[in-house]
Design a protein around this ligand. Structure first.
Ligand SMILES: Cc1cc2nc3c(=O)[nH]c(=O)nc-3n(C[C@H](O)[C@H](O)[C@H](O)COP(=O)(O)OP(=O)(O)OC[C@H]3O[C@@H](n4cnc5c(N)ncnc54)[C@H](O)[C@@H]3O)c2cc1C
Ligand SMILES: *[C@@H]1O[C@H](CO)[C@@H](O)[C@H](O)[C@H]1NC(C)=O
Ligand SMILES: *[C@@H]1O[C@H](CO)[C@@H](O)[C@H](O)[C@H]1NC(C)=O
Ligand SMILES: *[C@@H]1O[C@H](CO)[C@@H](O)[C@H](O)[C@H]1NC(C)=O
Length: 556
């Protein structure tokens, strides 16, 4: 036994010295730090650990680069060790909370550098403090899914909610890092707007709270994109009041291209200006899961009103009777029941199912996004709906903005798409394993559709949402920067960075240069640091975990 242990130690040392780390020196470093939940390529459980939260099957196949190891730390100390050990072993860190990155950036790489997945799945505790002023707060470990957060919040108080996305398996780590829009955002803004503190593990392994990281970095982590600044260990979120009963409906309206375009046109003129308490989104497609396929193109409206159904109907009667009121069937329920209603979980699911981390319906998909500042001309909508009617695998989701989204300044957080934007557009195309042979055809279709839509949306730049990440907009290339021109990577990234962040791009670059000057946390669309010599670097002040738990942060 002793001889075997010595032999494997020698092998590990050799692997490090040879510089060709196969995960062995990483594993040894983790073992020394007491981190146990680790699998390496070829070891039992590796495939299961890696696949656990892969959401887009486009990046699950044999062709996608695979990590040297998957590690799931079970404590803040373990997370620090994972970051430190990966760095020491020369592995790029890919942080994963819910695994819903549209481009697979939490579990694969585009540039084939050796990497490790640091999975926060075991860091998923939520501690609600409903008694704090202003509606209450919660400490949320970044590996908690939105469903786990909603479940815990409603469990503590039926009068409180959190404003964030609708899919319960999305991770709070990646979601809040990119902003986080949901059914309460017209009333309470983005998830990122409701973060009051955070605990970040930086590239040096330091533990930083809001005061420790400073306001520029605290600004950047709430919308500047995941995987860029460090590992968020926990968020302290502000909870928001909701009435005991809310009103929810989903209604599918199939019809001709013209009648669907007419309804979408009316929606564009109405939904962004409804009272803040009212959210009505529109899904348009020929093959929507909830629609009757034999009926051709349709629009589905999803409505949530923070109040009784009588009021919701009165508002719709006055402002949007075209939606069709006679069979709308608005249902009153608690807020948490409405979360289940809009979750996409199977019919009959219970509130407790929100805590299930596993996404059961996985697909292959590609997405793109846009923002709209004024309603489109009717002939433009006809053209768009007509194209969608011919590709049943594609659909668009129109999310209404306005309300609280207008009242946050475009530089208050990195997410800049505020006042003046009436709605977002998300373009999606989805396919199954059987159809994967046609994947290029599907992705090309979506890109052509996006090109057509380009004539109908604001340009210079044409904007996009970082949480609907789209690598077509451009990717980092580390070899862009040379000694002669150290900042060409920053200039190259401006092309896509300003599409996501507009005028906030330069402040993000400064924050990155401050917190991670060596670009340890990087991916295809992470903000690059300035590399100019003599750059002033401010070193953040660390806090010890003891101070943190005594100071009221998350300590389990
Ligand atoms: C089915 C589905 C529904 C969605 N619905 C919505 C919605 O309603 N509203 C909305 O705004 N968005 C929505 N999204 C988009 C979603 O917000 C983003 O994909 C988000 O980045 C996912 O976060 P995650 O933790 O699940 O993903 P991951 O893939 O785990 O992470 C995404 C990125 O963040 C980084 N990251 C992960 N954890 C951390 C951490 N702890 N610290 C620092 N960086 C980290 C990763 O490295 C990666 O770069 C949806 C996505 C899907 C697939
Ligand atoms: C081990 O890691 C996996 C993800 O790789 C995670 O789902 C699981 O909860 C972890 N187990 C423990 C005991 O922490
Ligand atoms: C679909 O629509 C057709 C025509 O309107 C109707 O006859 C059929 O019953 C519908 N099917 C379902 C499953 O609703
Ligand atoms: C990065 O840039 C180099 C030099 O310009 C080029 O050879 C390489 O193909 C680029 N890599 C990617 C992934 O675009």
């Amino acid at each position: 036994m002793a001889a075997l242990a010595l032999f494997s130690l020698v092998l590990r040392l050799f692997a490090v010295q040879a510089g060709g780390d196969d995960g062995a020196s990483f594993t040894a470093c983790l073992a020394a730090a007491g981190v146990r939940n680790v699998t390496t390529r070829g070891s039992p459980g590796y495939g299961t650990a890696l696949r656990a939260s892969i959401q887009n099957l486009r990046f699950a196949g044999a062709g996608a680069p695979k990590p040297a190891a998957v590690v799931a730390p079970a404590s803040l100390e373990g997370l620090r060790a994972a970051v430190r050990c990966a760095r020491a072993a020369g592995l790029v860190v890919r942080l994963r909370s819910g695994g819903h990155s549209y481009e697979g950036l939490s579990y694969t790489t585009e540039d084939r550098s050796a990497f490790a997945v640091v999975d926060l799945a075991a860091l998923d505790r939520v501690r609600v403090d409903a008694s704090r002023g202003g509606g209450g707060t919660a400490w949320v470990e970044a590996g908690a899914t939105l469903g786990q957060v909603y479940h815990a919040v409603a469990g503590a108080s039926q009068a409180l909610a959190f404003s964030a996305g609708s899919c319960p398996t999305v991770g709070s780590g990646g979601h809040i890092a990119g902003g986080g829009f949901g059914l309460l955002s017209r009333k309470y803004g983005l998830a990122g707007d409701n973060v009051v503190d955070a605990v970040l593990v930086d590239a040096e392994g330091r533990v930083l709270d809001r005061g420790g990281m400073g306001e520029d970095v605290f600004w950047a982590i709430r919308g500047g994109g995941g995987g860029t600044w460090g590992a968020v260990y926990a968020w302290r979120i502000q909870l928001s009041p909701v009435p005991e009963r809310v009103t929810a409906f989903v209604v599918n309206r199939p019809g001709s291209v013209e009648s669907v375009a007419r309804l979408v046109s009316t929606w564009q003129h109405v939904a962004p200006w409804l009272p803040d308490e009212f959210y009505v989104s529109a899904f348009v497609g020929a093959g929507l899961p909830e629609s009757n396929r034999s009926a051709g193109i349709s629009v589905t409206f999803k409505g949530l009103y923070l109040g009784p159904s009588q009021e919701a109907l009165q508002i719709l009667t006055a402002r949007f009777p075209e939606i069709g009121l006679s069979d709308l069937n608005p249902r009153e329920m608690s807020w948490i029941e409405s979360v289940v209603f809009f979750s996409g979980l199977p019919e009959g699911s219970a509130v407790s199912d929100l805590a299930d981390r596993v996404l059961h319906k996985k697909n292959y998909f590609k997405a793109k996004s846009d923002y709209v500042r004024r309603p489109m001309a009717f002939d433009q909508l006809i053209r768009a709906v007509d194209l969608l009617s011919k590709q049943p695998k594609a659909y668009v989701i129109l999310d209404p903005y306005g309300g609280a989204m207008d009242r946050v300044g475009s530089g208050d957080l990195p997410f800049p798409h505020r006042k003046g934007n009436i709605h977002g557009i998300q373009y999606l195309i989805e396919w199954t394993a059987d159809e994967d042979g046609h994947k290029d055809e599907y992705m090309d279709w979506l890109r052509r559709f996006y090109d057509v839509m380009g004539a109908y949306v604001p340009k210079n730049p044409r904007t996009a949402y970082i949480n609907y990440m789209d690598l077509d907009l451009g990717t980092n290339n580390r070899s862009d920067s040379t000694d002669q021109n150290p900042n060409s990577e920053v200039e190259a990234a401006r092309a896509w960075g300003e599409r996501y962040f507009l005028g906030n791009y330069d402040r993000l670059v400064r924050a990155k240069t401050m917190i991670d000057p060596d670009n340890v946390f990087r991916n295809a669309q992470s903000i690059p640091p300035l590399r100019a010599p003599g750059m002033a670097r401010r070193s953040p002040r660390g806090i010890s975990p003891e101070v943190m738990s005594n100071g009221g942060a998350y300590d389990g």
